[in-house]
Design a protein around this ligand. Structure first.
Ligand code: G3H
Length: 254
């Protein structure tokens, strides 16, 4: 039955690859609790992540519970002094352990890799940004985001990310009324992957997001199906890691 399970997850993966046009889709078992699901996603994504990094890579990582679970599952078999880990965006939300900075530092520790922090909130005023960038070390960190080789990112729902950023209700409903279902680096997209709203944010730009060579997207749960569909249209060349419940919901939606 173990093999039957693996087989059914593989065939689900193939089905989603065809439906979304995404290069490689891995499907993991869904848990009864969301915490179980993200653990399974983390284990799968961590092993993929460990195999795709190569010498000299500059690796960007996002925050969130999902990527936190990936960081938990990373095992360090070899020292990777030759790679650098950097948060792909500033701080958002109130949970320290789910911050991109925290997760980048955990991953760098586990791999014994170099770490570059981005000690700045994700949403800042223009003046604060100018001051930040006037510091040469901080400027260098910011510039590094433009040359990422790898991106490990959690796919987020538009409504959840609006709330996490503390956007007021009026603005939030305006964005959601435009059809926003997903979010990536301050950009909000509809189901077709069209950008319907963007917000000044400290992190990689949309152009960069579209051109990072190696990219792994991770998301699970029925509630993330639309966000996964939306982001898949932007990066069909990504490696996508989802769970069975998200896969079944995607099949219903597409
Ligand atoms: O950056 C966060 C992602 O958009 C999703 O967050 O893993 O907590 O659901 P999550």
């Amino acid at each position: 039955s173990f093999y039957r399970e693996i087989n059914s997850q593989r065939s689900l993966g193939i089905e989603i690859e065809k439906l979304l046009g995404v290069k490689k889709v891995f499907v993991v078992e869904s848990g009864i609790e969301h915490s179980e699901t993200v653990k399974n996603l983390g284990a799968q994504a961590a092993s993929i992540f460990e195999t795709i990094i190569s010498e000299g890579d500059l690796i960007g990582v996002t925050g969130g519970e999902t990527i936190y679970c990936v960081s938990e599952s990373i095992t360090s078999k070899v020292d990777r002094l030759d790679v650098t880990v950097i948060p792909a965006r500033g701080s958002v939300g109130s949970q320290a352990r789910f911050q991109a900075n925290t997760i980048a530092s955990r991953i760098a520790n586990k791999l014994n890799a170099k770490l570059q922090l981005l000690p700045i909130p994700e949403t800042v005023s223009k003046q604060a940004m100018e001051i930040f960038l006037s510091d040469s070390e901080m400027r260098e960190a910011y510039e590094m985001l433009k040359s990422l080789d790898v991106l490990l990112f959690g796919i987020g729902r538009a409504d959840v990310m609006l709330a996490r950023r503390g956007i007021n209700e009026e603005k939030s409903s305006e964005v959601l009324n435009c059809g926003a279902v997903s979010e990536a680096f301050g950009n909000y997209f509809n189901l077709k992957g069209e950008r319907v709203y963007s917000q000044e944010s400290v992190g990689i730009s949309l152009d960069k997001f579209l051109s990072i060579p190696k990219i792994i997207g991770v998301a699970g749960g029925v509630e993330k199906a639309q966000a996964i569909i939306s982001i898949s249209t932007l990066r069909p060349d990504m490696v996508l890691v989802i769970d069975e419940s998200a896969a079944h919901e995607i099949i219903k939606e597409v």
